[in-house]
Design a protein around this ligand. Structure first.
Ligand code: SAM
Length: 281
């Protein structure tokens, strides 16, 4: 991120969710606040995306990861989860449209610059902040999640669901594993949903998707938010198990396509962007 500036990729992800409401009519993921939180720039963002079909693939991935996370959260609440931590929340709108009301305490954790900008966007869009939501400004690379959450009144003894979408690639492997270690250590039990990418392929076997990944890496780097971590799937699963996660569900590109983009056809390699749900309970 650029010093003192809100995350540009957070804006990018929010634009993708808003455009999905219009161009795909929210087919994968419906969010009635997605356009509103962008304010006056929303219509122009949709027009730009209409003229640039190369953005569709990432847009659908972002819609799919959000849909997967919210479905998993709904199932977890039915099984007793009463706290949600949205890690690296960006312009995520879940807290402002959840139907769980007082039964779900929510913590939005984000870089202080991004969070300050989000709060302005919420005010300008006249989106009310629910009493159940607490903002927690933290720089993951400099401060501990444990310290930030403790100061915000988080109860480590209550079963908690974490969403961590679109953040892992921007952190070092050490920061990723230390955050996952904290989540796994919570005495009340925890669920986490996050996304990650496999290391880019190279050489003659490189698939089209790899060049799309390279273009995305170059684009986010130009915004000052360079990708810092990639994981081999089997290595990541071994780390999750060693940290104490008991159940791991990992959706690779082929499964994501089959589950959310059914009917689009074509073969897909199982390397690329993955969505994971891991639980300690
Ligand atoms: C691509 S955005 C994703 C935002 C949101 N989860 C979504 O899906 O729209 C990346 C998020 O990670 C946050 N982030 C990146 N580096 C961070 C750091 N060192 N500490 C705290 N947050 C960070 C940014 O502020 C931003 O909100």
């Amino acid at each position: 991120m650029q010093p003192g500036q809100p995350s540009r990729t957070a804006l990018g992800a929010a634009v993708h969710r808003a455009v999905h409401q219009v161009l795909e009519r929210g087919r994968i993921f419906t969010d009635p606040l997605a356009m509103r939180i962008l304010g006056a720039d929303a219509e122009a963002a949709v027009r730009n995306a209409e003229n640039d079909p190369s953005r569709r693939k990432l847009r659908l991935f972002i819609a799919a990861r959000t849909r997967f996370a919210e479905d998993a959260l709904t199932a977890a609440v039915a099984r007793g989860v009463r706290q949600l931590v949205v890690l690296g929340a960006g312009l995520d709108t879940y807290a402002y449209r959840t139907t769980f009301g007082e039964s779900l305490r929510i913590f939005e954790v984000d870089h202080p610059s991004t969070q300050a900008w989000k709060r302005e966007q919420l005010t300008q869009a006249a989106i009310p902040v629910p009493r159940t939501l607490t903002f927690v400004p933290i720089d993951f690379e400099r401060e501990t999640l444990a310290g930030g959450l403790a100061a915000a009144g988080f109860d480590p003894g209550r079963r908690t669901f974490f969403t961590w979408l679109g953040v892992v690639p921007y952190l070092t492997e050490q920061a990723v594993l230390s955050t996952l270690g904290f989540i796994a250590s919570l005495p009340g039990g925890a669920h986490v949903v996050f996304d990650y990418s496999n290391p880019p392929a190279s050489g003659p076997d490189q698939h089209d998707d790899a060049s799309v990944g390279e273009a995305l890496a170059a684009r986010v780097a130009s915004l000052g938010e360079t990708f810092k971590s990639h994981f081999e799937t089997d290595v990541l699963h071994a780390s999750l198990t060693a940290l104490g996660f008991a159940q791991i569900e990992d959706l690779g590109p082929a499964v994501i396509r089959e589950r959310y983009f059914a009917g689009r056809g074509g073969s897909v390699p199982d390397r690329g962007g993955h969505i994971v749900r891991a639980t300690t309970v």
